[in-house]
Write a protein that binds this ligand. Sequence first.
Ligand SMILES: NC(=O)c1ccc[n+]([C@@H]2O[C@H](COP(=O)([O-])OP(=O)(O)OC[C@H]3O[C@@H](n4cnc5c(N)ncnc54)[C@H](O)[C@@H]3O)[C@@H](O)[C@H]2O)c1
Length: 269
Amino acid sequence: MTRADDTPIADYARMLRLDGRRYVILGAGQGIGRQSCHALAANGARLVCVDVDKTKAEDVAHECGNDAIGWAADVSDRASVERLFAEVGGLFGGRLDGFIDIVGRAQYADIGELTDELWDWHFTQNLRHAWLAMQAATPLLEANGRGEMTFIASASGITSAPRHPAYGAAKAGLMSLVRTAAVELGPKNIRVNAVAPGVVWTPRISGYLGEKGKARNEANAPLRRVAYPSNIASVLLFLTSELASYVTGQVISVDGGVGAKFPFPMDDL
Ligand SMILES: NC(=O)c1ccc[n+]([C@@H]2O[C@H](COP(=O)([O-])OP(=O)(O)OC[C@H]3O[C@@H](n4cnc5c(N)ncnc54)[C@H](O)[C@@H]3O)[C@@H](O)[C@H]2O)c1
């Protein structure tokens, strides 16, 4: 039987493996970040697990094994990001296979209530570090001859973002940055993508929404459930792997079908 290309089908499982590859995970300490560290390490990757919380960074590195390193850094700070990637470069012989940036935070306020400080805070906590990490990591990925950068956007950056307008605007900006970086870095064999989750049941979001909010979101989702961090980590693993070798400049929604819903009330039909 002839096939369209020369990749044996049996190799697809092997292509998910990351053996011998080195990745930095930003925001590794809990929630989606922690689960993503587990997903990549279980598939063979050597990790540097970065979090502003030193104990959490070290704990997740310990859980992952495979010589993972825990690293404390505030990635919204340029000097910290430059030091991180310089030292990672020293550790890995000037090369790196990629990074996943999971850092992001929101506070609730309407447009009229937002202060200058809160507006700037959202862009620092959700967008600035993506650009800083891209700048600092690119030479290491370029020296490696290939690589991936993957980011966490949000459904709030695709639709409206009630009570969190600056967060939504910053995540929308992140998606634009991802597309621009994919075009700029594609010729260097560096892929750049993002995942846009809906509601993911992490320590952060469970604190915001509570059980009542969880039930409302489950009822709203076509799949009738919220996501757990593993639902996002599996897509991040796919995007990081060779299975996604021709995917770049994309934002993949992982929202249980919420974004696919018809936007108008149907009760009268
Ligand atoms: N949970 C959701 O429902 C949801 C939905 C859409 C998008 N997201 C996005 O997914 C990402 C992760 O969300 P989560 O719910 O797992 O978050 P989380 O708050 O549970 O975990 C984030 C981790 O990042 C670390 N961190 C925060 N700021 C940092 C900084 N400046 N430098 C280094 N580390 C820092 C925190 O200490 C924490 O360990 C965020 O970007 C968030 O905006 C989450």
